[in-house]
Design a protein around this ligand. Structure first.
Ligand code: KG4
Ligand code: ZN
Length: 352
């Protein structure tokens, strides 16, 4: 596949983004002009209600939903934006990491559409989509280098970003991702999936200092993440205090306290790494960044440390196709040719 020609750069280019790595079917059209992006339209079909009775994502169900919804969403998006398929300049699709069968649906669709329309197909790493989502619709150039924090249901990592394709993982989780731990803890609290927003809701009435739950690798300068300890601690705590579950604010206090433990861990490690690494910008993204408590903590910490704090817009923290289309559009504008691996890669690393 060819990159879109340099000579066309001043024109508006339209990228269709497709995201099917997990349980959300996302499509978006993003316009790129002179290295700036603008969202023309985006649609997302959440499968949450289909998976909720099972307490987590059922891959077999996810794949059927993607297969059914993706063509409908693309038609609806193009119809709604008044665009014809021939108006598109390229197609961006998540090629990994994610659920193999879910990724395959998006990839097969993107390849077929690209081949039939003669359009370049740009494979985007899902984590790269998150990593750059704090700069969506930015008026300024991306401030390389920056330190990226991605906290989602599948990953929790810190990465240095020197430029496009120049990423180095500084730290990741040794067990659960932050969102994964929140989802599992929510189940212990009797809350539905996905647990992160449910815990935030319950925590809003609680006292974050009511109980002390452990934090993984709390020593200053230890950048490793671990969230299974807080999950286990909450499980034992709830078992030991089962008679208090009916007290009006007991579960709210538990939620607020455990949320505080997760948020503090994320904030302290990210801020320490950004300061010590001499970065001027901390860019945070991923589903967990939808959490208001975390956003406030990072904002305040960055302010105190004199860092520029960039966060993905709240509505675009969880999985979406805008971030996929934008990453492809900006990379293409930076002269990086579109390419799509031979196959999807459920374990595709951000950096090798
Ligand atoms: O980025 P994302 O949509 O999917 C992955 O790439 O994994 O992240 C989903 C995760 C889930 O674990 C969900 O519980 C968490 O993000 N999440 C939140 C909030 N909203 C979603 N966690 C804490 N607070 C929230 N408001
Ligand atoms: Zn994600």
């Amino acid at each position: 596949m060819n990159a879109i020609g340099q000579s066309e750069r001043a024109e508006r280019l339209l990228w269709l983004g497709i995201e099917t790595s997990c349980d959300e079917t996302g499509v978006a059209v993003v316009e790129e002009r002179s290295g700036r992006t603008r969202v023309i339209g985006a649609l997302l079909t959440s499968q949450v209600n289909r998976h909720r009775p099972f307490g987590g994502i059922v891959p077999e169900l996810a794949v059927r939903e993607h297969a059914r919804n993706l063509p409908l969403l693309v038609a609806q998006l193009l119809g709604g934006t008044g665009l014809a398929p021939m108006d598109l300049s390229g197609i961006a699709v998540t090629e990994g990491p994610g659920l193999a069968s879910s990724l395959l649906i998006g990839n097969a669709y993107a390849r077929a559409m690209g081949a039939s329309l003669g359009l370049p197909v740009f494979g985007v790493n899902h984590l790269e989509g998150h990593l750059f989502s704090p700069f969506l619709e930015g008026a300024e150039p991306i401030p390389f280098p920056f330190l990226g924090l991605v906290a989602s249901g599948g990953h929790t990592l810190l990465a240095t970003v020197e430029g496009w394709n120049r990423y180095r993982i500084v730290s990741s989780t040794s067990d659960d991702a932050a969102g994964e731990a929140l989802d599992k803890i929510a189940r212990l609290l009797g809350l539905p999936y996905p647990g992160g927003p449910e815990i935030e809701r319950l925590a809003s009435k609680g006292n974050p200092k009511a109980f002390r739950f452990p934090r993984g690798f709390p020593e200053t300068g230890d950048l490793r993440f671990s969230f299974s300890g807080v999950k286990t601690a909450v499980r034992y705590f709830l078992e030991q205090h089962s008679e208090r579950r009916s007290e009006p604010l007991f579960l709210s206090d538990v939620a607020a306290s455990l949320q505080d433990s997760v948020v503090r861990t994320l904030c302290e490690k990210a801020l320490w790494a950004a300061r010590e690494g001499g970065f001027r910008t901390l860019a945070a993204s991923g589903g967990v960044l939808a959490n208001r408590h975390l956003r406030e903590g990072l904002e305040e910490g960055c302010r105190d440390a004199g860092l520029s704090c960039r966060m993905a817009p709240s509505a675009l923290c969880t999985d979406n196709a805008v971030m996929i289309a934008s990453a492809a559009a900006l990379k293409s504008a930076a002269g990086i040719p579109a390419s799509l691996g031979e196959d999807i890669d459920p374990g595709l690393p951000l950096a090798v």
